[in-house]
Design a protein around this ligand. Structure first.
Ligand SMILES: C[S@@+](CC[C@H](N)C(=O)[O-])C[C@H]1O[C@@H](n2cnc3c(N)ncnc32)[C@H](O)[C@@H]1O
Length: 373
């Protein structure tokens, strides 16, 4: 039996696109494999690098299907590739693409970051309307990663190794946001990572809560540029600038306040182990006090790199706050499988903070080092 993973492509986008067929993330529930079986596969992971293929980094991914390597760019080739590899089922032999990590600079012209964006409000924060972002990018003929059309043509919110779901605010993000308020989580002075950030709302709350430094990571470059960064900029203190048009000094001062605030933030795209390497290579890298992560444990193939990221980047007295659904039908991951994986590794202990038992059951857990010293 096949499943589609949480298919929610907006209707209006559907009208603007010509479906190319195939490419669906068709997942077979009878093929759920154990963590250890999948762990074996991770050693076969392959790294995609720009050097290897002499292509711009943003445009690069690889999907291997039945021994047939397909390299695609943001052109028709990518669509053909998706069509020819129409079955992106997780397989025992699936090759994960280790997409090279990079840091995204904060543009000098902050206003430009919010150009053509529609801002919406949630309690305590602002964020861009993602449907509008997608529509605008479609009009611009897919600059950068072509993940919107791929997501559409594959009828899926994620395409393994190509698009990992960042162009949507997932349910568990709201669970963690509610938990921050209820548990009065303190961010002041902390070094925080929003891992698999998508829209970055978790990191933004840390930013607004006075965190010392906030890093945002997403698999996809386009998500960082078009959603995460604009969201963070929208939440910086610069809203009165327009009124000060006749007061250049004040204006400059306010502007610099936003820029100053944003200096606390850094943005990264790329696969987790590549991201780890990149940040650890920074000379004065300090480990994170807090790693926030929502809906990132759906794919058991990624548990190894994810666990390694926590292990290498979390401060010995730090904690991970992780939100997840109980089970991701079709993909095979979920909270119990992940906790079992963590137990087997014997590095972290996990504690359940909250169970949300409405609709699909969801969990908030905390991870801390078992032996911090
Ligand atoms: C389902 S989305 C969740 C986005 C966001 N945290 C939320 O709750 O709305 C999963 C996120 O995890 C990240 N991700 C998943 N697998 C990854 C991998 N192997 N390497 C790097 N990032 C990954 C992607 O960037 C993606 O945005």
């Amino acid at each position: 039996m096949t499943f589609q993973f949480n298919f929610t492509i907006e209707d209006h986008l559907e009208n603007e696109l010509t479906p190319h067929g195939g490419g669906a993330l068709a997942l077979d529930s009878s093929k759920e494999s154990s963590v250890s079986e999948r762990e074996k596969g991770k050693h076969r992971d392959k790294k995609c690098s720009t050097e290897q293929f002499d292509l711009p980094q943003d445009h690069l991914w690889e999907h291997k299907s039945e021994g047939n390597a397909a390299l695609s760019q943001d052109t028709d080739i990518s669509l053909n590739t998706a069509n020819s590899s129409s079955n992106l089922e997780p397989r025992e032999n699936s090759q994960l693409c280790l997409r090279v990590a990079k840091e995204h600079a904060i543009p000098k012209d902050l206003k430009k970051v919010l150009e053509n964006k529609v801002i919406e409000t949630l309690p305590g924060l602002q964020h861009v309307n993602i449907s509008v972002v997608k529509t605008n990018l479609l009009k611009e003929n897919f600059p950068g990663e072509n993940i919107i059309s791929k997501s559409f043509s594959s009828h899926s919110d994620l395409i393994t190794g190509v698009y990992e779901g960042g162009l949507k605010i997932w349910e568990c993000t709201f669970d963690l946001l509610a938990y921050f308020t209820k548990a009065k989580v303190k961010f002041a002075g902390k070094k925080v990572l929003d891992l698999g950030c998508g829209s970055g709302l978790l990191g933004i709350i840390a930013f607004k809560g006075g965190a010392k430094e906030i890093h945002f990571q997403d698999y996809n470059s386009m998500v960082i540029d078009e959603v995460t960064l604009p969201n963070v900029v929208a939440n910086a203190t610069w809203e009165d600038e327009e009124n000060d048009i006749n007061e250049p000094d004040v204006k400059r001062c306010r502007k610099s306040k936003a820029t100053q605030e944003l200096c606390k933030c850094q943005f990264f795209s790329g696969e987790w182990s590549e991201f780890c390497k990149l940040v650890l290579s920074e000379k004065i890298f300090e480990k994170y006090d807090l790693i926030l992560t929502s809906e990132t444990i759906y794919n058991p193939d990624y548990y190894g790199p994810l666990h390694e990221t926590f292990l290498r980047l979390l401060d010995k007295n730090g904690r991970v706050l992780l939100a997840s659904k109980a089970h991701y039908f079709g993909v095979g991951g979920g909270i119990h499988l992940f906790q079992k994986f963590v137990e087997e590794k014997n590095v972290f202990e996990t504690r359940t903070l909250k169970i949300i038992d409405e609709g699909l059951k969801r969990f908030l857990i905390e991870m801390t080092f078992k032996y911090p010293s």
